[in-house]
Design a protein around this ligand. Sequence first.
Ligand code: SF4
Length: 444
Amino acid sequence: MNSRNRPVLLFRLQPANRFSFPVVLNLLERSGLDRFFRIVLAQDIATLQHFVRSQAPGMVLYSFMTPHLPELLPEVEWVRSQRVRQQLLMAGGPHTSGDPLSVLKAGFDYAFVGAAENGLVPLLQDYLQGKLPEEKTVFYASGPVRLDDSFPLNRYLKTFPPLEITRGCHWNCRFCQTAGVKAQHRSLDSIKQYYRELKKRNYHRRISFICPSAFEYASTTPRQLNPAAVEELLSYCKAEGTIFLEYGIFPSEARPNSFSEDMVDLVVRYCSNKKLTIGAQTGSDRLLRRMRRGHTVVQVERACEITARKGLRPLVDIIVGLPEETPDDRHETLRFIKRLAVKYRARNQIHYFLPLSGTPLQQAEPSRLDYRTIDTLRKFQQDGICTGWWEEGIVRSRRIVEIRKRLQDRPLQYRTVSFRGDLPPSFRVQPGTASPSLRAEVES
Ligand code: SF4
């Protein structure tokens, strides 16, 4: 098929999907399906506009989290007002998986729920064969993901995103979109396979990982750590000549109840990071229980104490404005923030509560910060005790609540389609080769 006749598959690249779209591109490349499209990477709005104005047939893919909804809506509305009928809009990612109907109401044609590995390839095969529904549709992908087969390297993006070593989490924090997804860990064999690819590209000297609870890597149940597996992973990376090796820091963090002297020693011995990120979330034990965090304030302090004593700086994540937060909770949290800074030189990263889709708190209103709290947090910022994303969060949180209310009232007609977890046999092909059966169906 002449490349000009192929439909466009446009990836709307944004900071929010810089780790996920590389995995999707790798998936398409390995299945061979990318050869049936003109792959376009739209890092800016101009590339998207060019595609829409060209009136070429194709599909625009978005992947985003709830906090990015306010910025996306005007763009989606513009595309809908300018596009021709053969130009489709599909959304995936955490927000869509948590609240697919809001995505359809916002203007997308299709909402993809679940892991791309479990359904995107058959969906795009249906698209090429003209089998996708005409009406708005929620596609449900189900089944276990083989994290071992999922890699972020591809021929389209020359980036080296962090490698996801755990997907899902043992814990069920009420505000979190990762909660409720059974934790699955990447094996060391798969990590070695990734290293072989990195070495071919001469990029193995620098690596970091995506892991919601770094010290729980390879653990099968909550509270049961596997330090041997963590050491095996880190010592392997080091032995392979990696110089920049970060662990337990963005895009990972470590839960306070997973800290031990031995675990932090592993980071000190093998890694290059000078900081560790600790998910504390609040300084109120009452709120920690309400949020089902599964740890206490004392455990946060212990984690900070071990971290500081081992020569690393604690970065502590805190959320203010949680639903049900009382003035007493806030007062405790402010004292806690100061205490961590003074005793352990912690830098507190303050966030404001965002009602994320698909979580038990998605309909909850954030609590309003009183002037005393705002003044104190601003003072903490000036003193270098905390960072200040919380002020931006207040505005963002308000806009999310407004948008959600606005979308709720919109009428919607839609259908649903489910995909099985396993790819059809015709897609089990070698990396970089197209499926013969698909080629026959599409090109004949
Ligand atoms: S421990 Fe972290 S990733 Fe896991 S559910 Fe809680 S907030 Fe989410």
